[in-house]
Write a protein that binds this ligand. Structure first.
Ligand SMILES: *Cc1c(COP(=O)(O)O)cnc(C)c1O
Length: 364
């Protein structure tokens, strides 16, 4: 068993790509507001909390007029099904460059009332954008958390633009006018617990959802974006939300605004990921997985290790020393480390982490 010397260890050993580090200050805020837990989400105090989250996100994202902050239970995965039920009219077009982008394409492919989706695929570690074709929805992810590759966000074609911002949101800046729905779950840069979806929705997407869900198509209530939007306008959710998640989210939004907003958040994340990529470049046993520097995520760094170094042993040794969750995405099946460099993670801790990895690899 390799014991990493205390002075090398990071102050906080959480480097997961999701769920990810929750700041201690956010937990203090949660306990300060604990009188809210166990109270009705139909009453003013919880509605005010939902309203504060909506207003904070509107400020952080410089939300254009007419766009709405819609939220509900179920996380990003729920939102894929909601989009299938409430937003895709006839056919969607997806860019698939990792497992999360694939999941949405797969969900759309299973819907019996839709034509098979167009899928434009590229190898893990690279980036591709959707082919618009005749699709009425185009979809991709701002950051492919499974590979550490980040895409640009800009309008493509005539369809609604749906961007999965789950691991990007709060750590990468974005121009919301380039999207119709920018959606995410809050357990990554937003340093909350999981369970919720948040969607920044354009007037065009709200109109589409209203039209489709009031038409002939059967729409389960939980997958009805029109219903979710109606509840959100009343600072409510269709069913009981996780209040602790909302409180952690509120605290993180305020912290991000104090930090200087999304551009400042992205710069802080880049300090960490730039360090990891430079560090890997200087080791003959490590290589940044995303070959094209412009496609490297500012929030999730993936590093392939040479065959003679077993990543699972490195990961297990780190875990035994209190450094957790640097595992690669399972389905990717690579000899790799994946390091969540979200905004709550101190860039100094990322430097400490790479020093710890050096220490472990030298001794394995
Ligand atoms: C984590 C993640 C998801 C899944 O989020 P859930 O809340 O677990 O459904 C979806 N998309 C991306 C890009 C992610 O990083």
């Amino acid at each position: 068993m390799i014991v990493i010397p205390q002075e090398l260890l990071p102050a906080d050993g959480r480097f997961g790509s999701g769920p990810a580090k929750v700041r201690a200050e956010a937990l203090e805020y949660l306990s300060m507001r604990s009188d809210l837990l166990g109270t009705s989400h139909r009453q003013a105090p919880v509605k005010q909390l939902v309203g504060a989250v909506q207003e904070g996100l509107a400020e952080l994202y410089r939300l254009p007029d007419g766009h709405e902050v819609v939220l509900g239970n179920g996380g990003a995965s729920l939102f894929w099904d909601m989009a299938v039920a409430s937003l895709i009219e006839r056919r969607s077009s997806h860019a698939v460059f990792g497992e999360f982008t694939r999941k949405f394409a797969t969900a759309a492919g299973k819907a019996p009332f839709l034509e098979p989706p167009l899928v434009t695929e590229s190898a893990p570690g690279t980036v591709v954008l959707p082919t618009p074709g005749d699709a009425d929805v185009v979809a991709w992810a701002h950051n492919e958390t499974s590979t550490g590759a980040a895409a640009s966000v800009r309008r493509i074609g005539e369809g609604l633009v749906l961007v999965d911002g789950t691991s990007a949101a709060g750590g990468m800046d974005v121009e919301i006018t380039e999207t119709d729905v920018y959606y995410f779950a809050p357990q990554k840069n937003f340093s909350s617990d999981g369970g919720l979806f948040i969607a920044l929705v354009s007037p065009a997407a709200l109109e589409r959802a209203g039209r489709l869900t009031r038409g002939d198509r059967w729409t389960p209530e939980m997958l009805n974006l029109d219903v979710a939007a109606a509840n959100s306008r009343k600072q409510q959710t269709l069913n009981t939300p996780a209040l602790a998640t909302l409180l952690l989210l509120e605290d993180q939004i305020n912290w991000l605004i104090e930090l200087g907003g999304l551009a400042a958040a992205e710069a802080r994340c880049r300090r960490s990921t730039d360090h990891v990529h430079a560090w890997a470049g200087q080791r003959d046993w490590a290589t940044p997985f995303v070959a094209e520097p412009a496609h490297r995520s500012p929030v999730v760094a993936t590093v392939d290790l040479a065959d003679e170094i077993d990543a699972t042993r490195v990961i297990a040794t780190l875990r035994a020393n209190g450094i957790v969750d640097v595992d690669p995405y399972r389905a990717l099946g690579r000899n790799q480390l994946r390091i969540g460099c979200y905004v709550s993670v101190d860039p100094e801790d990322v430097k400490a982490l790479t020093a710890c990895i050096d220490h472990v690899v030298e001794r394995l």
